[in-house]
Structure formats: C-alpha cells, structure tokens
Design a protein around this ligand. Structure first.
Ligand code: ATP
Ligand code: MG
Length: 375
C-alpha cells in the first residue's frame, strides 16, 4: 500500500496531528451530548473512545466521519477544518458495528464495492481486492458468497472493504462486539498487527475496558459527553484520575483515608486497615474531587502471606471472607482488621500451594507505592 508505515518507534508527540477536536459541543435538541471535547489524535495512532452506554462515543466518532454536525467548536483532519466537507470527501472510512456486507454478493464484490466508480482497469482493481483480502487473512476467499462466512470472517470482509479505499483514518464503532470471546480476542490481535502494518490512524469505539487496554496507544475515557481522562493504558490503569475512572477500568479497592499532613512532595495518610502511610504527590489524583478522601489499590498489588513468608514491605492483619477459585487465579475477599468492607486480592495459583479457606486468619502484604490517593 502507498500509506506511510509508521513504526512504533516514532513517539506519538513527534507525529503529525491527524484529528483535532477543539471544544466540540453537540446538542440533540435540548440534550447536551458532547460537552466541550478537546483532544488530538496523532498519525498512525491506535486511539480508543471508551465509556458506558450513552456517554457519546458514537456521536463523537460520527463527527469525524461527518455523519454528525457539531453545534460549536471545530473538528480538523490532517490540519484541515472539516466544517464544510461532506462525509464522502473526508479521508475517513467507517466500519459499523452491524457489519453491513451484502450477503448476495461474493466476498470479492463486497471488498471491491467502493472501487466501482474507480477508473482503473478491472485487472488492477482485482489485484487491489486480492491485496486487501490477504491483509485481513482471507486470501483465496474472493469467489465465496458472503452469506457463507462466519461472523468473524464477515467482520474481516467489512474491514477489507474499508481498507481498500486507503483512508487516512479508519473509524471503528464496536466492530468486534458481536463476536464471541475467543474470536474477539483473536481479532483484537489481528487488528493491532494490521494497524501497525498499514500505519493508518485507527479510532475505535468500545465499552469493553479490556479491549481498549489491549489494543490502544491511548484511550479517552468518556462520561456524559466529556473526556474524564486521556492517557495510555498503563497510566489509566495505574494512575486513574478519579474514582470513577478507576472503577470503570478493572477492579479497584477503596479504603477511607485521612490526610494528616503534606509537604516536600509527600503526603502522610491515615488509612483504615493499613495504618499510617506516606505516599508521593504523584500518587494523588491530579484533580481534587472533594468529599471524603480514599486510597485505591488494585487486587494484584496485594498478596496473602502464607505461613513462614515475610513481607517485603508492609503488611496488615485480616480474615478471609470469601474465596473464588478460577483455576489459574484465586480471588480472596479479605476483611482487614477494623474495616467492614472486604478488599479483593487476586493471587496467582502455584502448584502445591493450597487454596485458603473462608475464615482463615491471615496477613496481607502491600506496598505504599501501589496506592492511589483520591481526595
Ligand atoms: N439522533 C439523536 N437524537 C437524540 N439523541 C441522540 C441521538 N443520537 C444519540 N443521542 C443521545 O446522545 C447520547 C450519546 O449517544 P451515543 O450514541 O453517542 O452513545 P454511545 O456512547 O455510543 O453509547 P453506546 O455504547 O450505547 O453505543 C445518548 O444519550 C443518546 O440517547
Ligand atoms: Mg455507540
């Protein structure tokens, strides 16, 4: 393909701005669906819009394609204002959730659909179709009737049909949500590989946090028409900007905390069940939330100590309240002394080490560096 191949080695901030949202607002009548979206998506980036149903993901995606007018603000693609540019003149292509392929056409006819007014000779177009099919792992399927494909294969046909037009930007609205778990996970990996290969900027809409974490360079977490946090997956997971983001992405335990003092880049806390802890300013959520302070920590940052094991850092006593066995993992809910609500701990199972019973008195090892302060 003639696309620039962007390797993962070029840092995002050094790449060209591909999509810019500048204070984008969208009203449907009285309903304020997008509330001042400002963000930049870079060339060759795999960018995801993640959030609960109704938060405005599809609406925002459609403003890029031009299917949705905006009420105020601006959308730029590759540096150009899109205000007066109709959808068919934009360098974008969209793959919809309900992969709208034509069942009565062959796979090749489906993929070549967008080329029907292309003046190139038929043989050349057929080659482009073959190339696109190869890209999505469907080499040799051209003559097959589209209705004789599995769900995952149809999804690939829809992708090939979008890719053949060589858009600068590919917009994907929950393209995998109709597939079952195994195929979905396989398609996720294939999509990442494909995206790296062609270097096209991908914008993916999903409400599946795991999918967003697996696939994206960066993720915008949206609630009620606003971006709550925009960051790379690791930052989102390790340093969520608010309790709400933390709760939406994975599991997070919260314990009530009091700030006893701060200064010199550190905060002294009194945390229920953990006692006095010092954390760095970096561990405090960027925007103060007001209300009761709490510390959050992920289940895998805690370890249950078996007899004879010594903690590498801190540890606190508690009682096992619930055990859920998953084969490779066991989830324990532990009531730390003095705290009513149990904390969840995920432990990788090790051969020869027994799963502990409910009611077992235990010690839980933890590390201050794994805590996030929300206040
Ligand atoms: N054409 C419309 N007219 C009026 N309201 C609309 C219209 N389209 C969307 N909305 C409303 O705007 C809000 C955002 O809708 P949108 O489709 O962007 O949500 P979403 O984040 O994609 O949700 P989902 O995950 O369910 O697809 C919703 O409350 C929805 O009801
Ligand atoms: Mg949607």
């Amino acid at each position: 393909m003639s696309q620039n191949v962007i390797t993962a080695k070029v840092p995002l901030e050094q790449r060209r701005k591909m999509i810019e949202f500048d204070r984008v607002h969208k009203y449907y009548g009285d309903y304020h669906a997008l509330r001042g979206i400002t963000a930049t998506i870079r060339e060759g980036e795999f960018f995801s819009l993640l959030g609960p149903s109704g938060c405005g993901k599809t609406t925002l995606l459609r403003t890029i394609a031009g299917f949705e007018d905006i009420s105020s603000g601006a959308v730029l693609i590759d540096g150009k204002h899109m205000e007066d540019v109709p959808p068919n003149k934009r360098p974008t292509n969209m793959v919809f959730q309900s992969y709208a392929i034509f069942p009565h056409l062959s796979v090749a006819q489906n993929v070549g659909f967008g080329l029907r007014r292309d003046p190139r000779p038929e043989a050349e177009k057929a080659r482009a179709v073959e190339e696109a099919l190869e890209m999505v792992g469907l080499k040799g399927y051209g003559a097959r009737a589209a209705h004789a494909l599995s769900g995952g294969q149809r999804q690939r046909v829809a992708l090939a049909r979008a890719l053949i037009l060589k858009p600068k930007v590919l917009l994907l609205d929950e393209p995998l949500s109709a597939l079952d778990k195994k195929i979905r996970e396989q398609m996720q990996i294939e999509l990442i590989k494909l995206q790296r290969e062609v270097g096209i900027t991908f914008v993916l809409v999903t409400h599946d946090q795991e999918e967003a974490l697996v696939m994206s360079d960066r993720i915008a977490v949206m609630f009620e028409g606003e971006i709550a946090q925009l960051a790379d997956p690791e930052t989102l997971y390790r340093r969520p900007a608010s309790r709400r983001v933390a709760d939406f992405i994975g599991v997070m335990n919260f314990l009530p905390a009091k700030v006893l003092g701060e200064g010199g880049g550190h905060l002294q806390l009194e945390v229920a069940g953990l006692g006095q802890v010092e954390v760095t300013d970096e561990q405090a959520s960027a925007r103060p939330q007001g209300g009761e302070a709490a510390v959050g920590f992920r289940p895998e940052t805690l370890t249950i100590l078996y007899e004879g094991q010594v903690p590498q850092d801190r540890d606190s006593p508690g009682v096992i309240d619930e055990v859920v066995y998953y084969g490779d993992m066991t989830y324990y809910d532990v009531k730390l002394d003095g705290v009513e609500t149990p904390v969840r701990i995920s432990m990788r199972n090790v051969f020869g080490r027994p799963v502990l019973d409910v009611g077992t008195r235990t010690r839980v090892a933890w590390s201050p560096g794994a805590l996030v302060l929300f206040r």
